[in-house]
Ligand binder design. Structure first.
Ligand code: NAD
Length: 460
């Protein structure tokens, strides 16, 4: 069904236009202009989908993307330059060069939680590297998906960049086609489906997935600042962020004080009743709301854990209050999967090896946060655990630095992007050795007769 669209993009790619660096820069500038022109519409679409506060949308969905575009424009000439390398002396006379080349036609499948940014940010790398692309935004954030399609229809030639809207069926039809890379953002379960479909065509994949990201809190901290940063990272977008701290691992000695501070910041951020706050988002849809409410029901009915703050819900508004849970065990449903909502379980510990063992006994998370001034503990946690990326003494902000590759490991993803990493993701590095016709050493060629000992001396 989409074969013709892909065919048209392949034809466009073959014209070689996307290989021209000034074309790529021009398209990046058009993309930036399209975002600037449509800023208000983007903010409104995000408000309609998730009740996102404008300030949050502006920072996390617009500024982030615009900064990525500016970074790509600034560095593209350096990134695209052929890189000279030295050859082994036995090659002399020869030169060696690595040529970054575009891959061709890219499929980008986006998620609903940051529906604008997660669809557009990978595209920046695809454009910078000289590819054509098809975007499939998440159908669940339908206002943003419609708007992205509208914007692209207006600003770009379909045979270069286009948007195909739709749900699972559309994804499946797209996945039946051959692409030169599939860039997917979403859950681990769907990530496996994407990889299986891609394997049929040997299409390379980048998978930006999720997981349960721990937030470890030591005693050697600035309590207020730590509490403020944790509260912000967990409850931004009502916890619907792949990078949100999924659960707290807190030193028993500081737990009580930390929870009290988090309570204070919840009140400072969202007021007495967060349902009335203009700065608190809503759950995306009924399905996600019901899933999150079932955790709370388990806690209330089965007494698995204790709600220490929040727990209120308003079904009509898809509202779930910022909630903290204590006395939870690893066997409880909420600890079996990524929470992806405004519920924060708290687990206490007494020694650091225990913490490292907990992290290592679960699938590798997308992020890990450590709050501690203790440098040897910082080193111990970074070296002793495996996770995508993270912060020391903050949450989530590593995502916003274009100089840092962003991606998961193991169950939280394959590959990375942002800045140069995006360019690399959407490029093939073609290695070429160039030799003149002079000095053709016959030693290489058969018949080898008595050449072995000389070969050993020269090449061994
Ligand atoms: P999802 O996996 O349900 O959907 C993502 C995309 O895949 C959507 O466009 C959807 O239409 C498509 N899709 C869904 N089911 C499909 C199927 N069976 N076959 C083919 N395509 C299918 O994810 P989501 O609910 O949109 O997002 C939530 C998940 O994404 C969380 O796990 C979160 O951690 C993760 N996430 C990761 C990142 C990251 O950067 N690593 C960012 C945001 C979200």
């Amino acid at each position: 069904m989409f074969a013709e669209t892909i065919h048209n993009q392949r034809d466009f790619f073959q014209t070689g236009q996307t290989k021209d660096i000034s074309f790529r820069i021009q398209q990046l500038k058009i993309l930036k202009q399209a975002i600037v022109d449509n800023e208000a519409a983007i903010l409104n679409a995000l408000k309609a989908d998730l009740n996102k506060p404008f300030a949050e949308s502006f920072l996390a969905e617009i500024v982030l993307v615009v900064k990525e575009i500016e970074y790509a424009i600034k560095h593209i000439k350096k990134w695209t330059k052929p890189q000279k390398k030295s050859t082994p002396w036995q090659f002399i006379p020869a030169s060696a060069t690595i040529y970054p080349q575009p891959l061709g036609v890219i499929l980008i499948i986006g998620a609903w939680n940051f529906p604008f940014q997660l669809t557009i940010a990978p595209l920046i790398g695809a454009i910078a590297a000289g590819n054509c692309a098809i975007l499939k935004p998440s159908e669940i954030a339908c206002h943003t998906s419609n708007l992205i399609a509208e914007i692209f229809n207006q600003y770009f030639d379909k045979s270069y960049l286009t948007v195909i809207e739709g749900g699972v069926e559309t994804s499946e039809q797209l996945l039946a086609e051959k692409f030169d890379r599939i860039f997917f953002t979403g859950g681990t379960a769907v990530g496996k489906i994407i990889m299986e479909a891609a394997a049929k065509h040997l299409t390379p994949v980048t998978l930006e997935l999720g997981g349960k990201s721990p937030c470890i809190v030591d005693t050697d901290i600035d309590l207020k600042v730590a509490a403020r940063r944790i509260t912000w990272g967990k409850f931004l977008n009502a916890g619907q962020a792949c990078l949100a701290p999924d659960y707290l691992l807190v030193n028993k000695k500081i737990k009580e004080n930390l929870l009290n501070e988090i309570k204070k910041y919840l009140q400072e951020f969202y007021g007495e009743n967060p349902a009335k706050s203009p700065d608190y988002a809503r759950i995306i849809n009924q399905k996600q709301f019901d899933r999150l409410v079932s955790y709370l029901k388990d806690i209330k009915d089965l007494k698995n854990g204790k709600i220490i703050i929040g727990g209120e819900t308003i079904c009509d508004e898809l509202y779930i209050a910022p909630t903290l849970i204590d006395e939870i065990s690893w066997q409880d449903a909420i600890m079996q999967e990524e929470i992806f909502g405004p519920i924060l379980p708290v687990i206490e510990f007494t020694n650091y090896q225990e913490v490292i063992d907990i992290v290592n006994s679960h699938p590798k998370p997308l992020a890990l946060y450590l709050f501690s001034r203790n440098q040897s503990l910082q080193k111990q946690v970074i070296a002793g655990t495996s996770f995508g990326g993270g912060c020391i003494n903050h949450t989530m902000i590593h995502y916003a630095a274009p100089c840092l590759p962003f991606g998961g490991i193991g169950n939280s993803g394959i590959g990375s992007y942002h800045g140069k990493a995006s360019f690399d993701t959407f490029s093939h590095y073609k290695s070429i050795v160039k030799k003149p016709f002079i000095l053709d050493v016959k030693l290489l060629y058969p018949p080898y007769k008595n050449k072995l000992s000389l070969i050993k001396r020269i090449f061994g």
